[in-house]
Ligand binder design. Structure first.
Ligand code: HEC
Length: 441
């Protein structure tokens, strides 16, 4: 099977300033294909020197003041306490056995890495490894990375680890510090076969391209995926027999599941992660590009196509449709849906569909995130104006033509009822004057 979503690589063109802004115009016409690194360690963004102010700093402050007392567990170290303190559901457990981590030596198909997440924190735990790997979403800096030593202590500390951006801040994360999922076949030891890599796994990827190097529990019916395949022989068998190793309910045949805090490697959690991680990258990238454009030109007009790409991702217009229902651990669905604000009819952007698509109302719930609200005002206002035009049918561009009228209406109503910071014109449907180019803040 051929990967269908390889995207062209574009070279990083130059260092900073006007030259750089020119390169955005020339090369990054649509940043779904952009892989060049945004100069986030230069003066405008200054990623590595800036203090982060996200969920991890908040927890660390509580630990330091003695307000949060974490309990060290004999078997899982700090994992249960961190999940609890950061409100990350145990049901989000996913297991990856390709050696894709700084702690690669500990990862094998018999000892996979477990990952857990909520809207703004990701935690990695490998049985027997010296540190936990943690990433969090900072509203202004994008993904921020930490290690957390697995040894008992009165006041454990998160150590910020900027070197993680060698992978988490390059081509595969839209060129900003962020998150990603790869699909990469391995041999029997978890060693990667880089020829087989499919990058940019997100809601646009066919299921048939996903999850090489991962364990997957859950049902996807007749839809084949590459999860649970270890070594060339199994991949060869899968080519002839696409259902091979699909639709598993447990992983007992592969390793001792007791070594893990949760159960399984949830298919639905994986699908939501793939939407979410890339959405975080988009928000960070648009934030950084806006700041650079404003410093260089004083306007954001050159970001028109990036804005369109962002909105297409936000509204899942290019989502890979499901051809059969999917399901996983019902507890994950419960935990995920419980966090949403709901309108008077009980509707939420977190409602999962899982029949023909991921969400019932295809507009990313990360529109409620601090990172979305922390976009520079000129960009946030512009996005909300465009979004309003799309949802009310005023925008007739090709990009959004396929959105169903019913979806537009539902999303508009849900947002009006649940996002208090929307500008007034969202609530007072007076005729809005045609706002073409974005104006100042
Ligand atoms: C060699 C490349 C590489 C390095 C270096 C690396 N990671 Fe990752 N990391 C990955 C890949 C790849 C994934 C996605 C899982 C997969 O597809 O295997 C990932 C996933 C994660 C996740 C889950 C959320 C996500 O982004 O998908 C966390 C948390 C994480 N890494 C933390 C860290 C931390 C902390 C460091 C530094 C101490 C680090 N990583 C260094 C490759 C790397």
């Amino acid at each position: 099977m051929k990967p269908t979503n390889h995207l062209p690589r574009r070279a990083a063109l130059c260092a900073a300033g006007a030259m750089l802004a020119m390169s955005f115009i020339a090369a990054a016409d649509d940043f779904q294909g952009s892989t060049h690194k945004v100069p986030y360690d230069e003066e405008i963004i200054d990623y590595s020197n800036k203090k982060a102010d996200g969920p991890i700093e908040k927890l660390q402050a509580k630990i330091d003041r003695g307000e949060a007392k974490l309990k060290y567990d004999e078997k899982f170290g700090w994992l249960p306490a961190l999940l609890d303190a950061l409100d990350v559901p145990k049901s989000s457990q996913m297991l990856v056995f390709s050696k894709t981590s700084l702690q690669r030596a500990f990862i094998t198909p018999q000892n996979p890495r477990s990952l857990f997440y909520n809207d703004d924190v990701y935690l990695g735990f490998i049985p027997g490894a010296p540190v936990m790997e943690v990433s969090a979403v900072d509203p202004k800096l994008g993904g921020v990375f930490y290690t957390f030593a697995q040894e008992e202590s009165e006041k454990p500390r998160f150590i910020r680890a900027n070197d993680c951006t060698s992978c988490h801040g390059a081509a595969k994360t839209l060129g900003v510090p962020g998150h990603f999922v790869r699909s990469i076949a391995t041999d029997e030891t978890g060693e990667m076969d880089s020829q087989s890599e499919i990058s940019y796994i997100n809601h646009r990827s066919p299921l048939a391209d996903r999850w090489a190097g991962w364990f997957v529990t859950g049902q996807s019916g007749s839809q084949a995926h590459r999860g649970n395949l270890i070594g060339a022989k199994e991949f060869a068998r899968f080519e002839k027999e696409p259902g091979f190793r699909g639709n598993l309910t447990d992983l007992g045949r592969f390793f001792d599941e007791e070594k893990y805090f949760g159960r399984g490697s949830d298919l639905v959690a994986l699908m939501v992660l793939e939407h979410q991680g890339q959405m975080h990258n988009y928000i960070a990238r648009l934030n950084f590009e806006t700041q650079i454009m404003m410093k260089t030109y004083g306007h954001i007009r050159y970001l028109r196509t990036q804005v369109a790409a962002f909105l297409r991702y936000l509204l899942l217009t290019e989502e890979q449709p499901l051809t059969a229902p999917v399901s996983g651990n019902p507890q994950f669905v419960k935990d995920f849906e419980a966090h949403g604000p709901r309108d008077a009819q009980g509707r939420s952007l977190r409602d999962l569909d899982l029949q023909t698509r991921l969400f019932k109302h295809p507009c990313s719930y990360l529109i409620y995130s601090d990172a979305f609200d922390a976009l520079p005002a000129i960009m946030r206002d512009h996005l909300l104006q465009r979004l309003h035009d799309i949802l009310t049918g005023k925008d007739t561009s090709e990009d959004f033509a396929a959105m169903r009228a019913e979806d537009r209406k539902n999303i508009l109503e849900i947002l009006v009822a649940t996002k208090p910071s929307l500008p007034d014109y969202w609530r007072n449907p007076a005729p809005v004057s045609a706002a073409g180019a974005p104006s100042g803040n």
